[in-house]
Design a protein around this ligand. Structure first.
Ligand code: BGC
Ligand code: BGC
Length: 612
């Protein structure tokens, strides 16, 4: 018997050999250039007008005529944060719209399918009933690339169920100043962590092969330095869309790094940032878009401009178009001004301002990706696969989101063993404005561009509902937003924090926990009830007084629809394992504060997180 056994050493040897042999294949992503001979054949057939159309992305709600999709040979359309179908926000309405778009594209001579893009940035978040995952800041605290890959894979499936084949995600910003209102869209202040998780998201979205009808095209954004803008240089003198003032070595070390990882992971599209670098808008920056991104990093996919960003380059639109395309923009996101772009670029080519070679390169890049996705295959149905509808918001998908929530929670304080809670307590009192508010739990980019408080989506569980589900039949669960009626409870769970916002609206000079929220914590604590605070926020807030009063404190970020994952940890079914992906400041005047700073004494350092 013994002689027939394989020795452990032998097993190890076989494994090592296997990995050595498998690694080169596993790591060599297929080059988009493999399709170039096919691309060339299509390109040769195309008129200038067809080429320019291919370079345009209009917004569905911005179309002057629906037939403009074929009249202008549009290569792409998007639904922005507010770009819902006219018929409403249901799965059916979205899928019908996708089919109509593709049908219109099939009216063109060359029948090139349209790429339809959406901001599926934490699930297919525009669609009612879709599962909503934690925003990236929460995923950053999981530090778990396998989980992030799975989250993206599921998002891809839910997106594909509506036919849509492209998401403007992942955001691989490295937010360095929490006052920026898009901080939560980034995984971390740490470029290595962003690179690790950004690449995982790309793999999840795109699958092992973009042809897989369950995968979507990813878009790493916003290239480059969106998270590094200087206070006072952005919109309304704030941060968003501002200017990143750094020397090149620092820009590369912090903000460029995640793009290398995304490109290695095979990302097919990259969005140029609204922001600038040392005074030049990225959309206009040939050095960054062409010299660095395409030539040096070897990016073979296409670069898209951000929403109306081209017009920001120059007061004269035509001049702006010339600068952007010559800088390296391949596709123009022109929600409403697509006709103007079309005429402008046509004129610029005939005047020789934009060389035809640049147009050919841009179109080739777009077509390469369309070939890689299998869209150019004449035998592919150009309609959505509605059999996938059953997956949207499904139990299996919600399970993964719930796991993501569990892993994203960061326990900042736990005194007198307040946590975990017992499921058989007499009474648990919930308080705070966000305890029963799925909208606050999800944050921005949920159903609406800016998100919204209240029951804005369907499916999922608020923390109040989740606690009710978790406890024994004998346990009473009570709730008042202001904390009244808490006296006599065995424990109080106070759920407070930010209300939803997204880009342009989220910048803030003061991140201090609101007086109203603090008052609820105070009230509960003064009633002599052990107090657990759960914070919903898109970034670290200044929480000193609240933290002091609380017996236990959890940073839950913007967890999404699966509030049950928070209850899982509160009751100790799962241990808290989340670690801060951002440094937690003590005071506003400490911001910006980042891991690696020379002077570094945050309230909680990067990587902090308790367990029990
Ligand atoms: C945002 C992008 C987004 C795009 C499309 C822009 O305003 O900056 O992140 O992908 O709109 O909605
Ligand atoms: C759109 C968003 C876009 C924003 C930028 C909104 O109306 O819905 O997608 O990012 O405008 O200006």
């Amino acid at each position: 018997m013994a002689r027939n056994r394989i020795s452990p050493a032998c097993i190890v040897y076989v494994f090592v050999l296997f990995f050595l042999l498998a690694t080169p294949w596993a790591h060599s992503k297929p080059s988009f250039r493999t399709y170039d001979s096919q691309v060339q054949k299509v390109l040769e057939k195309m008129t200038l007008e067809e080429k320019i159309g291919q370079m345009i992305q209009a917004e569905i709600t911005g179309l002057k005529e629906f037939s403009d999709i074929s009249t202008y040979y549009l290569g792409s359309v998007l639904s922005g944060g507010n770009g819902d179908p006219e018929e409403g926000n249901s799965l059916k309405a979205w899928t019908d719209l996708y089919d109509r778009v593709q049908k219109q594209a099939m009216q063109t001579r060359l029948k090139i399918p349209v790429l339809y893009g959406v901001d599926a940035v934490h699930g297919h978040n525009n669609v009612l009933g879709a599962v909503i995952f934690p925003h990236n800041i929460g995923l950053g605290c999981t530090g778990n690339p396998e989980l992030v890959e799975e989250v993206a894979r599921i998002t891809a499936r839910e997106v594909r169920a509506t036919g849509i084949q492209w998401t403007f995600a992942p955001c691989v910003a490295v937010p360095r100043d929490e006052r920026w209102g898009r901080t939560y869209e980034g995984f971390s202040e740490n470029p290595e962590l962003v690179s690790l998780l950004g690449a995982a998201a790309v793999r999840g979205f795109q699958g092992s092969d973009l042809r897989d009808p369950l995968s979507v095209l990813a878009c790493a954004k916003h290239f480059v330095g969106d998270g590094g803008t200087q206070a006072g240089t952005g919109l309304n003198g704030r941060w968003d869309q501002g200017d990143t003032r750094l020397d090149e070595a620092t820009l590369r070390r912090i903000h460029l790094l995640p793009y290398k990882a995304a490109i290695e992971a095979g990302v097919g599209s990259i969005m140029a940032s609204y922001s600038g670098w040392n005074g030049v808008k990225c959309t206009a920056n040939k050095y960054l878009l062409t010299t660095v991104l395409k030539n040096e990093l070897g990016f073979e996919g296409f670069v898209i401009s951000d929403y109306n960003a081209i017009a920001q380059i120059d007061p004269d639109f035509k001049t702006a178009v010339g600068i952007a395309v010559n800088a390296g923009i391949d596709m123009a996101m022109e929600p409403t001004e697509y006709r103007r772009f079309y005429e402008a670029l046509k004129a610029l080519v005939s005047e020789g301002v934009v060389p035809i070679e640049r147009v050919n390169d841009a179109v080739s890049r777009i077509l390469r990706v369309k070939f890689a996705m299998g869209l150019m295959d004449p035998n592919r149905p150009q309609t959505a696969d509605r059999s996938l509808h059953r997956l949207v918001g499904s139990k299996e998908h919600r399970q993964v989101a719930r796991q993501a929530v569990r892993e994203s929670l960061v326990l900042l304080k736990n005194e007198r063993q307040t946590l975990p809670l017992s499921k058989t307590m007499g009474r648990i009192h919930l308080a705070g404005k966000s305890a029963d508010d799925i909208g606050n739990q999800c944050g921005g980019w949920t159903i609406d561009w800016q998100g919204g408080s209240g029951p804005i989506t369907t499916g999922g569980t608020t923390l109040l509902g989740a606690i009710r589900n978790a406890v024994s039949k004998e346990t009473q669960v009570t709730y008042t937003a202001d904390g009244s009626g808490v006296a006599g409870a065995d424990v109080a769970v106070v759920v407070v924090g930010e209300t939803p916002y997204a880009e342009m609206m989220g910048d803030a000079e003061d991140l201090t926990l609101s007086e109203q929220d603090l008052a609820v914590i105070k009230k509960v604590k003064q009633a002599g009830v052990p107090t657990v605070v759960v914070l919903f926020s898109g970034r670290p807030l200044i929480i000193n007084d609240g933290l002091e009063l609380a017996d236990a404190f959890i940073a839950a970020w913007l967890p999404g629809t699966e509030g049950q994952g928070i209850a899982d940890v509160l009751f100790g079914d799962y241990k808290p394992i989340g670690k801060l992906s951002f440094s937690w400041p003590r005071s506003m005047d400490q911001i910006p504060i980042n891991y690696g700073d020379k002077e570094y004494s945050p309230l909680f350092p990067f990587g902090f997180g308790l367990s029990f």
